[in-house]
Design a protein around this ligand. Sequence first.
Ligand SMILES: NC(=O)c1ccc[n+]([C@@H]2O[C@H](COP(=O)([O-])OP(=O)(O)OC[C@H]3O[C@@H](n4cnc5c(N)ncnc54)[C@H](OP(=O)(O)O)[C@@H]3O)[C@@H](O)[C@H]2O)c1
Length: 358
Amino acid sequence: MSAFEFDGTTVAGPEEALALAVAQALRGIRGANPLVGAIITASDGRVLASGYHRGRGTAHAEVEALAGFNGPNESTRINPADATLWITLEPCDHTGTTGPCTEAILASGIRRVRYAVADPTGPDGGGAARLRSAGLDVQQVDAGQVRRAGADDLNRRWTLARDSGRPFVTAHLAQSLDGRVAAADGTSQWITGPESRRHAHRVRSRVDAIIVGTGTVLADDPRLTARDEDGHDLPLQPVPVVQGRRAVPAGAALRGGASWLHVESHDPQVVLDQLTAGDPGHVLIEGGPTVLSAWMGAGLVDELFLYQAPLVLGSGPTGLDLPQLTTLPHALRLTLDAAENGAISRLGDDVLLHYAAP
Ligand SMILES: NC(=O)c1ccc[n+]([C@@H]2O[C@H](COP(=O)([O-])OP(=O)(O)OC[C@H]3O[C@@H](n4cnc5c(N)ncnc54)[C@H](OP(=O)(O)O)[C@@H]3O)[C@@H](O)[C@H]2O)c1
């Protein structure tokens, strides 16, 4: 029996095809690269293959879908000339950490390509023109259908970050039921359980840098390394960045790694200026509340992982403090983010809420 997840699934038209590609894209993780999903259909709408981008350095969505299309599933094998490739983002035509998708599409024999959003990396990045010049039927799907399928909104914050030439910014907040990140006496390890901490380490392992304030360094002396369940360092380690004017103690744990950075400023933009040479990448704000509030207040947080632990601390600092917001109409309103396993998940006794910034 075939294990192909879309066996028997058909799509009725462009909107349904794109909605399915969007659902694929949402299986990916947010960060340095956009979320992208792809499906391949037969002329009768049968779904033959699917793919999504799993993050920087991994195959692009259409390449993954093409691998499935060319794979061993005989029930979905058809003449490539009768297939259509649907992608949430225009295929790329450049060689980054992976080869150009245009080459993979040309090699596949598929002649019809439909995409939702033009490649934002400029005229050199977009592969539609390249594929058309090779004789393929390539079209951008009608804007209304793109919107209704949710493809236009998929990478809103990523595009904003990219347009500003800054990294994608993820924030981490672990709090009690009464919204506190530490007890009044400063104790804060461990508010959340082991499952939440494992998730937090996985997030650490995908970013280029982790930013904390001097307050967190002096209170908790964190290592800021990405570790596996056994406490061993994961292969990719972020650079610890300390924001604030006080000195970082000579024996601070975060100084034990290959490199670290101290930015003696309260201005998040100054931190960004020191981090954005070359690839803008992906950074994680791990707090504490003063630094997180500064980045939130400046509109510089793109996604937030909120780990909600089932305990009441009663007193102590809260995770966010934005005294400049004094009236409900000015409140920051975040939205639940369905990317990466959905917006709400249970991690042991904790609840993880995944938010996108407005
Ligand atoms: N539960 C969690 O998710 C979590 C995460 C991290 C920390 N914490 C807890 O948070 C507590 C520390 O809180 P915190 O607010 O002091 O930590 P913090 O935000 O890490 O550090 C605050 C310090 O950073 C400097 N700073 C950097 N940017 C600033 C800005 N824009 N405005 C003002 N100051 C800025 C200031 O020190 P200078 O005088 O040096 O400039 C400030 O006192 C600890 O108890 C820690 O355990 C909890």
